[in-house]
Design a protein around this ligand. Sequence first.
Ligand SMILES: CC(C)(COP(=O)(O)OP(=O)(O)OC[C@H]1O[C@@H](n2cnc3c(N)ncnc32)[C@H](O)[C@@H]1OP(=O)(O)O)[C@@H](O)C(=O)NCCC(=O)NCCSC(=O)C[C@@](O)(CC(=O)O)C(=O)O
Ligand SMILES: [Mg+2]
Length: 290
Amino acid sequence: MERLRRTMLFMPGNNPSMLQNAGILGADSIILDLEDAVSISEKDAARILVRSAIKTIDFYDSEVVVRINPLSSGFGLGDVAEIAKVKPDALMVTKATRADVKTVCEMLTKIEAEEGFEKNSIKLFPLVESAYGIETIHEIITSSERVIGILLGGEDLTADLGIQRTPEGEEISYARAKVVSACRAHKIDAIDTPFADLNDCQGFERDIAKCKSLGMTGKAAINPRQVDTIHEIFAPTQEEIRYAQGVIEAMEEAQREGKGVFSMDGKMIDAPIIARAENVIQKAKRTGLM
Ligand SMILES: CC(C)(COP(=O)(O)OP(=O)(O)OC[C@H]1O[C@@H](n2cnc3c(N)ncnc32)[C@H](O)[C@@H]1OP(=O)(O)O)[C@@H](O)C(=O)NCCC(=O)NCCSC(=O)C[C@@](O)(CC(=O)O)C(=O)O
Ligand SMILES: [Mg+2]
């Protein structure tokens, strides 16, 4: 079964106490960061710490992703060379372009062969956070069969667009829709940008509800306090589950009567509505609600 990625929790790669507890924080994925959360003077130390954490810490069921530095930065290629050897589940390619993803993919193919790892076992999660990235997202996704999802980076994107980032997020609506559509087209995960204000609880809940309504499959987090809220809002509500169960029961009844289309409480039910109901039931089962 495909992995659930409702939450991807970032933590700075140079913070041993955060890394130590990574597996018990309840996030579906952990992103060990070597990029912006780590200052230039700490880059080498963070790489060593992240390598050692992957080798020694029990992450339990959480997926382990390492965010590498940009390839152009002088650290990115070394990050791939050193981190791939300890076999994280995936690498996150920062400020991704098609060329970067291809380069990292080729390096991984070589390292996997040298280390005796299964081919394509290390996956890629491009972080799309520039106007160019948004406009070439299809090329980024198709540049490697290792790509399992896209993370949208709202802060860097709005900086690149020369606009302000707001809690309401209207300015990233186009980018969110583009990421969702491209990811759905290729059946991979679409993960929303983190919400940075830990004190604005209502704004955070609105932000999660908005990205969920647009079709994002999960959301990045920057603090363990954000994990449960994201899981709760991404889960189907009891009302949605009841409605979906009603649709499935009515469909079974209609099938016995040889009908492809039927009505429930006065509303027409046909194939897309049944598919959506099945989707809700499947999500409820996977998240333990049924
Ligand atoms: C924000 C803050 C400083 C607040 O600290 P505070 O100390 O006030 O937090 P408290 O809640 O008081 O902590 C209570 C307890 O939880 C522990 N604890 C906290 N956070 C934890 C965590 N993440 N993992 C494990 N443990 C954690 C803490 O150690 C303490 O443990 P203990 O002492 O034992 O009680 C802290 O969370 C933090 O560093 N977050 C990660 C920041 C980060 O990785 N950013 C980079 C990635 S985003 C990015 O780059 C996006 C993007 O790419 C996309 C775009 O473009 O949009 C871009 O470009 O922006
Ligand atoms: Mg960024």
